[in-house]
Design a protein around this ligand. Structure first.
Ligand code: GLU
Length: 432
């Protein structure tokens, strides 16, 4: 019988499992930055792949006992040099190892850019959570938590919400972890309900942080937000809060979208009534105070501030020429392709790149972890003031580097992060 095992003289092909468009994007962005900064190639190779990855398959039983589905789950820890690893858990029907690894790598640069004492991680389960009952979602979460139990922990790896998960999912995760160790461990996860030690302001932190940065960018470009227009793609936790907070500056929100449709009103949407409609029906579809637009049309609307806060790969070589915003504020992770980046550069669009744009989430997660480990809760004002200070500092460092070195904001933000990790790696040295 033929030996199925790979012979020793055939090299391992490490790309195979990671061979996805999103991981390529993360690696290419990294390589561009590494080349520009002249990063030592030994270090470069150490940062190209995650240090630890875990793929699990486990059963998910339906409520009616008719079916037991085999589900795939992932947890990836990109860099363990900086402290515990940190990053969200995503429930989505397309999740794969490459996507989770890309997101983990971006978490590393994001945390380092923000000077947080974490390396990057990410987790995911390949399932469509909108098709699960509450009980199914709870069983799935508890079983997934158990499957990755050895990898996570308050000093090891601290999950948080991401696309398709929320505070309730984090509460079940915390409960499952705590049941295993025999006492309540709320610091194992962030983005929890406030009653379980969740930080005040964590839920809106990503959207709030993004708008703090939009304000910085607008001031830099001489745009008055009070007379500006905005478009938001995605009406989940990030998009919803970002739209509201931008509107609080007086900016007219021309359009928003979710999976069901896009809504457009050239006079500006009445966000309060849009929220009411979503509360009542779950989706934007069917709202009567606006025209419907497709996602593609929405991205191409002329506006001052465009906020992609939905999925990856939205602004590509195909539509970048037609994007007509002045500030592109990335709430989502990986919304812009490399090809689009250079087109946007040429056209003078000011980009607030994802690793900076959505860093408010993990920053307040860090605050939550600090509060939990010290058993001491901060006020909302204190949280927001610290968030503002840290984000504006990161914005100014990034802008300064971008201007000084003549590079775009994305590469500047990545270098801010990569350089810190590279320095830490050099200081720690190689064992043995
Ligand atoms: N999932 C969020 C992100 O992509 C937050 C991660 C966290 O709070 O740890 O940044």
């Amino acid at each position: 019988m033929e030996n199925a095992i790979r012979p020793f003289d055939q090299p391992l092909e490490p790309r195979a499992e990671w061979d996805t468009p999103m991981f390529h994007l993360a690696q290419e962005q990294f390589l561009q930055a590494a080349e520009f900064m002249g990063l030592d190639e030994n270090l470069r190779d150490r940062l190209m792949y995650p240090q630890r990855t875990m793929i699990v398959s486990f059963p998910c039983r339906r409520d009616d006992y008719s079916e037991v589905e085999t589900v795939f789950g992932y947890r990836v820890q990109h860099i363990l040099t900086m402290g515990p690893t940190k990053g969200g858990i995503r429930y989505h029907h397309d999740v794969n190892l490459g996507e989770v690894s890309a997101l983990a790598m971006w978490m590393t640069w994001k945390c380092a850019l923000m000077h947080l004492p974490f390396g990057g991680a990410k987790g995911g389960v390949r399932i469509d959570p909108s098709k699960l009952s509450r009980a199914e979602l709870q069983r799935l979460t508890r079983r997934y938590t158990l499957e990755i139990f050895n990898m996570i922990g308050p000093d090891k790896d601290i999950p948080a919400p991401d696309m398709g998960t929320n505070a309730q999912v984090m509460a079940w995760l915390m409960d499952t972890y705590s049941a295993q160790v025999g006492h309540a461990v709320n610091e194992v996860v962030t983005g929890k309900p406030v009653v379980l030690g969740g930080a005040l302001g964590r839920e809106e932190a990503t959207g709030r942080g993004l708008i703090y940065l939009v304000k910085e960018a607008a001031d830099h470009l001489g745009i008055d937000l009070q007379h500006a227009t905005g478009v938001v793609q995605g009406f989940g936790n990030v998009g919803r809060h970002a739209a509201n907070l931008l509107a609080e500056h007086g900016t007219r929100i021309l359009a928003v979208s979710d999976v069901s449709t896009g809504l457009y009103n050239p006079q500006g949407l009445n966000l309060a009534s849009v929220h009411e409609h979503v509360e009542a029906t779950g989706y934007l579809k069917g709202y009567s105070g606006a025209e419907e637009v497709s996602n593609a049309e929405l991205l191409e609307l002329k506006c001052d501030v465009l906020i992609p806060a939905a999925l990856q790969n939205q602004i590509t070589g195909d539509n970048a020429e037609r994007i007509r915003c002045r500030i592109l504020a990335e709430g989502a992770n990986g919304p812009t392709s490399l090809e689009a980046d250079s087109i946007l550069d040429e056209r003078g669009v000011f980009v607030i790149p994802d690793v900076l744009g959505n860093a408010g989430g993990v920053t307040v997660s860090y605050f939550e972890w600090v509060q939990n480990t010290q058993e001491f809760a901060w006020s909302l004002d204190e949280t927001n003031a610290r968030l503002h200070r840290m984000l504006t500092d990161a914005f100014r460092r990034t802008l300064l580097r971008s201007q000084r070195d003549g590079i775009n904001m994305r590469t500047a933000a990545l270098i801010e992060g990569i350089q810190r990790v590279a320095e830490a790696k050099l200081q720690r040295g190689v064992f043995p």
